[in-house]
Design a protein around this ligand. Structure first.
Ligand SMILES: [Zn+2]
Length: 291
């Protein structure tokens, strides 16, 4: 999947490099040359002002770039590999690297003692393995989840996801609550909504033999979760099992919004929560926007 992986400083200093797949026919990338070249290309792209450097393609090789404040992280893959997945892995690895070596990076003066970063090799193998596992089970899950979410949490979710869909509604509620509690505040709403989309879509497909469902179908699904009603395109959950017992400042039931939208599986329909029991409203209510 990833042939080589680099972590460079923006000024062109090579911090970490690992060869993951040895192809005896391929010419190995000259590391120092590549580091200087990447740094120049990133600066050049910034000069152009129309966005960041995201990849460089040479014949059947692709260099996938991820940029942060001070680092350039790059994976070399081939054109047969999944570029989206590579992008996610690269971003995850960069996050882990910054977490693991925060102090070293702060005090780094330029004299390279690369052995400081050697132990990261193990992490590279481990994270790639986990990502491949997730991607094999749920090809689109990683696309929907920002790289700031811990890969172990995603792996947990992915491992349970079949069960989650199959055992709707019982396991769905328990597992989503458990998963939600593991997410960092900043990413929670987005991630839970995306997860809801995926689960809603699959559950509806399964229950209705792949037919697109209407309001009646949606209500039939939701009645398995809670006492609910629908009036003027507002769905009301009288007792919402997802936020039961929780008190929050922000609306809490992003999973349900996503679930309903996913179950409609209609590009002209969007769903958002407009009242939530967790913030003190009487019921959780969801507006169905039909374009
Ligand atoms: Zn709610």
């Amino acid at each position: 999947m990833i042939d080589e992986f680099f972590i460079l400083r923006k000024d062109g200093l090579n911090l970490f490099h690992i060869i993951l797949e040895k192809d005896s026919y391929a010419v190995q990338v000259p590391t120092e040359l590549f580091a200087g070249f990447s740094s120049a290309m990133v600066a050049f792209a910034n000069e152009l002002g129309s966005g960041q450097l995201s990849k460089i393609e040479i014949e059947d090789q692709i260099f996938v770039f991820n940029l942060s404040d001070k680092l350039i992280t790059v994976a070399k893959i081939s054109t047969d590999d999944d570029e989206h997945l590579a992008k996610h892995i690269v971003a995850l690895l960069e996050r882990e690297f910054i977490n693991d070596y925060r102090e070293e990076l702060k005090n780094f003066r330029g004299t390279v003692r690369k052995d400081v970063f050697f132990p990261f090799s193990e992490k590279v193998h481990e994270i790639i393995k986990k990502c491949m596992k997730v991607a094999a089970k749920n090809p689109h899950l990683l696309e929907n989840i920002p790289p700031s979410i811990d890969i172990d949490a995603i792996l947990t979710l992915s491992e349970y996801s079949d069960e989650l869909i199959e055992n709707f509604p019982d396991a769905t509620i328990r597992l989503t609550r458990e998963f939600q509690s593991k997410l960092p505040e900043g990413e929670m709403h987005y991630t839970m909504f995306k997860l809801g989309l995926e689960v809603g879509k699959e559950v509806a497909k399964k229950k209705f033999n792949n037919r697109q469902i209407n309001d009646k179908g949606i209500m039939k699904l939701l009645k398995e979760i809670s006492i609910c009603s629908m009036n003027d395109n507002v769905i009301s959950l009288q007792i919402c099992p997802f936020c039961r017992g929780r008190k929050t400042k922000e609306f809490d039931c992003d999973f349900v919004s996503g679930f309903i939208e996913g179950a409609y599986n209609n590009p002209n329909i969007a769903v958002r929560e407009i009242n939530c029991h967790a913030v003190g409203h009487k019921h959780c209510e969801f507006q169905v926007y039909k374009i």
